[in-house]
Design a protein around this ligand. Structure first.
Ligand code: PDD
Length: 295
């Protein structure tokens, strides 16, 4: 089946879809994006993704390309036309097309909008049950990674290094030894007394939508939560470690580089949170498309 993409006002077979060579996203990474999981045909945390999109755009002073209701309608249509029941939707908004010049176009141009969908929602359950390896990598990213910009070269390089080391993800570590997050997911550890620790929201991490949902589910389940930085040394000595993200849900980490975490098998807290998250996405209904869904 050929894929259908939405590009600046038109639904096109993906093979025929293209963008202008002077799109500022292409030249300056002057664009932001969202990836939303589609589970049983429904979006996971759609309203939260819309909120983060609005925030990223506002931080860069890019206008919303259309209303959230219109964005939702287009997203639904892309999901429908591609018959995605389990997969992801990728939405990218850029400042638009202008003759190359670092500063913003003097006369604002129309923001560009691309939405595509992909079949397949992340790693299999057997991967999660076995747990994964991560590779520590220097965090060489810019100072505003809270903005979900498409400028992902450091993430791509780190992930490539991970793949070459047969690891599932790259774990970003600052020069002072702090674990910020992973190349496309947030990082957590579980302490000896079962407290959950994850880096606080700041300009140094992306505020993951899954991170936020897992925080809520964990609080409701009575876990103690500490939103504070933790070091690589603390992670290596932790009881458990796991990742959260749109494409990974809750993913137990059993190895950092060549060092096992605890006994090298997925921890009970990680697996419990994964089950709670899966129960949460399985319980979604049509209200999942509402842009004002309460959290
Ligand atoms: N990445 N941190 C980074 C750097 C990310 O790129 C992502 C998501 C996350 C997790 O955020 P969320 O829970 O909202 O997916 C954390 C997406 C999936 C991507 O780039 O494909």
């Amino acid at each position: 089946m050929s894929h259908v993409a939405y590009v600046n006002g038109r639904y096109l077979p993906q093979k025929q879809a293209s963008v202008h060579i002077e799109d500022r996203g292409y030249q300056f990474a002057d664009a932001v994006y969202e990836v939303t999981c589609i589970w049983n045909g429904l979006p996971v945390d759609h309203a939260a993704h819309m909120r983060r999109l609005r925030r990223s755009l506002s931080e860069l002073r890019i206008a919303m390309p259309c209303s959230e209701a219109a964005l939702t309608a287009i997203t639904r249509e892309v999901v429908r036309r591609n018959r995605v029941t389990r997969g992801t939707v990728y939405l990218q908004v850029g400042r638009g097309v202008a003759v190359r010049n670092h500063s913003f176009p003097a006369k604002p141009v129309k923001p560009s909008l691309v939405i595509v969908a992909k079949h397949g929602a992340g790693p299999t359950e057997s991967v999660a049950q076995a747990g994964v390896k991560v590779l520590a990598q220097p965090d060489i990213r810019w100072g505003r990674v809270d903005i979900k910009s498409i400028g992902l070269l450091p993430n791509a390089l780190a992930k490539q290094a991970a793949v070459e080391a047969k690891a599932f993800e790259a774990l970003f570590v600052t020069p002072s030894g702090t674990v910020t997050e992973a190349s496309a997911s947030n990082a957590w550890i579980v302490t000896k007394d079962k407290a959950l620790v994850t880096h606080p929201l700041s300009t140094e991490i992306l505020g993951g939508v899954t991170r936020d949902t897992v925080l809520r589910l964990a609080k409701a389940a009575g876990y103690e939560i500490q939103e504070r930085p933790f070091s690589l040394a603390e992670a290596l000595a932790a009881k458990e470690m796991f990742l959260t993200g749109t494409t990974t849900f809750v993913m137990p980490v059993v190895r950092v580089n060549e060092r096992p975490i605890a006994n090298g098998s997925p921890g009970s807290v990680s697996l419990d949170l994964r089950q709670r998250y899966i129960a949460y996405v399985n319980a979604l209904d049509e209200r999942a498309w509402a842009v004002d869904a309460p959290r």
